[in-house]
Design a protein around this ligand. Structure first.
Ligand code: SF4
Length: 460
């Protein structure tokens, strides 16, 4: 039997119609921030994964996953946020629930695990993540953590992140609530007028260090980055800052809003992806502090960095002009920045989607892209493959789950997520990005592939 299917036969799910738009063809707003369609594969991660993404970079905390061992595989090893000191966060502790625990309850086992970890590591904070099965059997995490806090005189905080209780965005919000709970325990707030907090950077490949370096150079101190290379103690300094800047609005927008309500700290959404956005963001931060010294230092830094990295980006642009990119990332804000960054490289984004984008972000995306660009929310592999081929993309930017889709189609790929080992933020990151795009898109390897190599769908 010939199992090969024609290239145009990608399945299309009618219930997904409202979540896919082609600019210039449909007038209705895209459907987003909704649960994934039942029976349909989704590129999104679960609630627990969303919470873990945000909280795991706290370097001196114990991260204990209450559930079967499989959930604990989402560890530091597949999300390399870097630390300048403590490395307790690199362990992945699990209660490793088995059948007997599911039948008789897992609270006792959890308490034993907490006791052992507290005695062995003496952490300042222990975060206990709930997983699907714990939500089903109804272990009382709050009560166990309260008891453990008293017994060990440390903060043991439950993260109520059962995977089925929503989608990845809910995990972000739950993590933000945990962070607020940690901060709220600080009684004395020391107000510092030229300090800010940097929200939504997880120090992948040391990116938070680059941005904090820029800010320090222009005369602004960073109390703490949420949560890249953060420590439990440094998080407590957050309420004293004069400003919150937010890089990943999808994961940390909620925390910024809540901190404005509770502590009166205003926030700015910023982006340090690409030359243009980095410049703009630094200027907006300097303008906020309205200090002539800071503004002058900011301009001097921009001039110096542009002189160094601008020509590098320009050089790669010559080879990339006219190429087409597809983008599928976690949040809308990153997608917006990437569209602008590809423009700096002379490339057009022909397909763009996100896991958790919000309506206002999709409106901005729609303003930025050209007619005919496909915009999609919470996509599945089949849709991504279909639109990458139909739109003639030369490159896909995504994360670990999107990489095989691109390679199976014989397309180049850029990891803009957990696994990368070089920074993509700031001026130096813009040059790294341009170099990586050029190296992969212009690699001679693609000319040896005779069309897409998607097994089982297209005749070899
Ligand atoms: S969906 Fe449930 S079982 Fe799967 S990783 Fe998330 S918490 Fe664990």
């Amino acid at each position: 039997m010939d199992m090969a299917i024609n290239q145009t036969d990608f399945s299309f799910i009618p219930e997904r119609e409202k979540s896919i738009r082609t600019k210039g063809q449909q007038m209705q707003a895209i459907q987003c921030q909704a649960d994934s369609v039942a029976g349909c594969v989704s590129q999104r991660a679960c609630v627990y994964c969303g919470a873990r993404v945000v909280l795991n970079p706290i370097t001196d905390a114990v991260h204990l996953v209450h559930g079967p061992i499989g959930c604990a595989s989402y560890t530091w090893d597949i999300r390399g946020s870097l630390s300048s000191g403590a490395d307790l966060y690199r362990h992945s502790f699990s209660t490793d629930l088995r059948e007997e625990d599911i039948i008789f309850g897992g609270e006792r086992k959890l308490m034993r695990c907490i006791d052992e970890l507290a005695e062995r590591y003496h952490p300042p904070v222990m975060l206990v993540y709930s997983t699907c099965i714990v939500g089903v059997i109804g272990d009382d995490l709050e009560a166990v953590c309260r008891l453990a806090s008293k017994r060990h005189r440390i903060k043991v905080i439950p993260v109520q992140s059962s995977g089925f209780s929503g989608n990845k965005s809910d995990g972000y919000r739950i993590a933000c609530e945990v962070l607020l709970r940690m901060i709220a325990s600080q009684e004395r707030i020391l107000y510092q007028p030229f300090h800010l907090n940097y929200l939504g950077d997880y120090n992948l490949a040391g990116e938070a260090w680059i941005i904090c370096g820029y800010l320090q150079e222009i005369g602004i101190n960073v109390n703490v980055a949420f949560t890249g290379d953060s420590r439990c103690e440094s998080l407590l300094t957050a309420p004293g800052a004069a400003l919150n800047i937010v890089q990943c609005a999808g994961s940390m927008g909620y925390l910024a809003k809540r901190m404005e309500e509770i502590y009166g700290i205003p926030f700015l959404n910023v982006s340090f992806l690409g030359l243009e956005d980095t410049m703009q963001s630094l200027r907006r931060i300097a303008d906020f502090f309205a200090n002539p010294y800071i503004i002058k230092r900011c301009e001097a830094l921009i001039e110096r960095e542009l002189a160094q990295y601008g020509p590098i980006v320009k050089q790669y642009r010559q080879h990339l002009k006219g190429k087409k990119a597809a983008v599928f990332v976690g949040g809308g804000f990153k997608a917006i920045s990437l569209i602008k960054q590809f423009r700096e490289l002379g490339m057009e984004v022909v397909m763009v989607g996100t896991q958790t984008g919000r309506q206002e972000e999709y409106d901005a995306i729609s303003q930025l892209v050209a007619e005919g660009t496909v915009i999609l929310d919470d996509a599945n592999p089949s849709e991504l493959e279909r639109f990458m081929l139909e739109q003639g993309a030369d490159l896909l930017v995504g994360g670990v789950k999107e990489r095989p889709l691109a390679y199976k189609l014989g397309l180049s790929f850029i990891d803009h997520n957990h696994e990368r080992k070089h920074p993509l933020s700031g001026f130096t990151g813009a040059a790294n990005f341009a170099r990586e795009v050029e190296q992969t898109v212009c690699s001679p390897v693609w000319k040896y592939l005779d069309g897409p190599i998607h097994t089982g769908r297209i005749n070899p």
